[in-house]
Design a protein around this ligand. Structure first.
Ligand code: SF4
Length: 543
């Protein structure tokens, strides 16, 4: 979903959907021979908004206005080679669960989730300063630069930044708190740091220079002030996918995986020849790479699960027009409500229930509430819908944990051998991979064999191949939200097919389909890679 501005015009190597060196949640290079895109989703959103206003004022058609409003974006500044995000490497899969499943506010991992993680980090840092320093503190300020300044208003960068500065953890911040910050922009909030309590408002998040010689297009500085003196200051970068760096950042050291793999065929040797269960293998690798204990890993996955289910539950009761120019009305709550009187029969009710869960979390993302990237923010509705529907079946928490491991393995493979970024591969790389992960999760959680897990993942991915990324007005709403619902339903369909066929007779294997996705991504016209220059984005006219 989440194309970064630094990819635009090919000036950077990060795709923008994730941190590229250590997180592994997306591929990094713009495919060779691919024309560089000139306009991104956010700029397009602003252009369409301008076009809509023009339409109202002049009476000309929205399409004409949009065409006039859409101008090539200026070249994005180059990334500093010092950033860890540009120091890439290949080799065995080294991604960890925390890098993959990232929690924070939507709708943009780089422009909303990253900034909140930054200011929360700053809050924690200043909280540890010596008491005599903190006694002198009079203010906290955040300055947004580059793309964060240019497009941050529409993405809620300011409210997310303020929430972090107020000590709200990105993973657990209540939706009502974030909504309150946006609804009451002049409200004064108190934050206590050691012996000092400071007043903060949205005005303490400053939209600073949008152009300049920045380390990264998404640069921020955070300051603790004593009058005109700066007590503590740090420059940060929201490098994509919710990942953050700061001046002097060093990526954490990682251990070597116990079972090295780059492809599904490598896994097959361990799983089928050596009969090592998939969850055991993935848990051993996670412990070896991250250095975490088994208990810590299960606790993390339980937290991911809770954040997802809480998001679905919130989305199932919230009814609203979603933010932005599309004026899209939410659907999840009505779908859920109407289930009680549905005449659709078992099949219709089952599909409606799973789809409503996908809508619920997709709509929560559009509202800027807390989501988990799985694999991205735009596709963040799929795995929560799967988890919720597995819970409906009373699937044990341990089985759901193991399902999360299987889903992550599919995501890792797709990232490593293709891409997870709509900006590089279209929506097949986001919703397609999310659905594939969901199918693997269902199969694993319901006790299927490794071959069925792999086949289910393959089937779901196969039937998303070629899906383009063409968000209307540059907002992660149409087609993204409904695609999450479809992605979840297709995950179940893929599992149902894979669990009924003779596993060894499946004609296409997972590696082949991931390779096909990679090839399709390379050959896909850039108009369909989150530039909003083709497909639905130009067919739907907003008036
Ligand atoms: S269309 Fe798909 S890839 Fe594009 S922004 Fe939406 S969810 Fe992401």
């Amino acid at each position: 979903m989440d194309k970064l501005l630094n990819v635009i015009n090919g000036s950077a190597k990060g795709c923008g959907s994730c941190h590229t060196t250590t997180c592994g949640t997306c591929a990094t290079e713009v495919p060779k021979g691919e024309p560089r895109t000139v306009l991104n989703r956010r700029d397009l959103g602003r252009a369409v908004l301008a076009a809509s206003v023009t339409t109202l004022l002049t009476g000309c058609s929205g399409k004409e206005a949009t065409e006039k409003a859409v101008q090539p974006a200026p070249a994005a500044p180059a990334l500093s080679p010092e950033l860890a995000v540009v120091q890439q490497s290949k080799g065995p899969i080294m991604t960890t669960l925390e890098e993959f499943y990232k929690m924070g506010p939507g709708p943009s991992s780089s422009h909303t989730m990253g900034p909140m993680r930054i200011t929360y980090d700053f809050f924690q840092r200043v909280s540890k300063l010596p008491e005599d320093q903190l006694k002198r503190a009079t203010a906290l300020k955040v300055h947004l630069f580059g793309s964060l300044s240019a497009t941050g208003k529409g993405h809620g960068t300011d409210r997310a930044s303020l929430a972090g500065l107020l000590g709200k953890a990105p993973a657990t911040c209540p939706p009502a708190f974030l909504d309150g910050l946006a609804a009451n922009p002049n409200e004064v909030h108190k934050v206590t740091i050691g012996p000092t309590t400071l007043d903060l408002t949205l005005k303490d998040v400053i939209f600073d220079a949008s152009k300049g010689d920045f380390h990264h297009p998404n640069t921020m500085t955070a300051k603790l002030l004593a009058g005109s003196d700066t007590l503590y200051e740090l420059e940060y970068y929201s490098v994509g996918g919710g990942f953050i760096e700061w001046k002097g950042y060093k990526p954490p050291d990682k251990g070597q995986p116990k079972y090295t793999f780059e492809h599904a065929r490598d896994l097959k040797k361990y799983l089928i020849d050596d009969k090592i269960p998939l969850p055991k293998l993935l848990l051993a690798n996670e412990m070896a790479i991250s250095g975490k204990s088994e208990k810590d890993i299960w606790e993390f996955l339980d937290q991911v699960s809770e954040v997802m289910v809480r998001g679905v539950d919130t989305g199932l009761t919230a009814e609203s027009v979603l933010p932005g120019p599309i004026k899209l009305h939410s659907k999840a709550a009505a779908m859920q409500r109407n289930l009680k009187t549905s005449i659709k029969g078992d099949a219709g009710r089952a599909v409606t229930r799973v789809a409503s869960y996908g809508f619920a979390m997709g709509e929560e993302n559009a509202r800027g509430h807390i989501i988990v990237t799985a694999p991205t923010a735009g596709s963040a509705g799929i795995i929560p819908a799967v988890v919720k529907s597995l819970r409906d079946l009373n699937t044990s928490q341990q089985n759901i944990r193991e399902g999360f491991l299987a889903a992550a393995a599919i995501g890792y493979l797709c990232k490593h051998n293709a891409t997870l970024s709509g900006a590089e591969g279209g929506c097949q790389a986001e919703v397609g991979v999310g659905s594939s992960m969901g199918a693997a999760m269902i199969a694993q959680a319901l006790g299927a064999s490794p071959k069925v897990v792999s086949n289910a993942a393959e089937s779901a991915l196969e039937h998303h191949l070629g899906m383009t990324c063409d968000p209307v007005a540059g907002y992660v709403q149409v087609p993204c939200i409904e695609r999450c619902a479809y992605g979840a339903v297709k995950a179940w369909t893929a599992y149902c097919i894979a669990s009924e066929e003779i596993p060894e007779e499946r004609r296409v294997d997972l590696d082949t389909t991931i390779d096909a996705m990679s090839l399709t991504a390379k050959e896909m016209n850039s108009k369909y890679k989150e530039t909003s220059e083709g497909g639905l984005a130009v067919s739907v006219v907003l008036c």
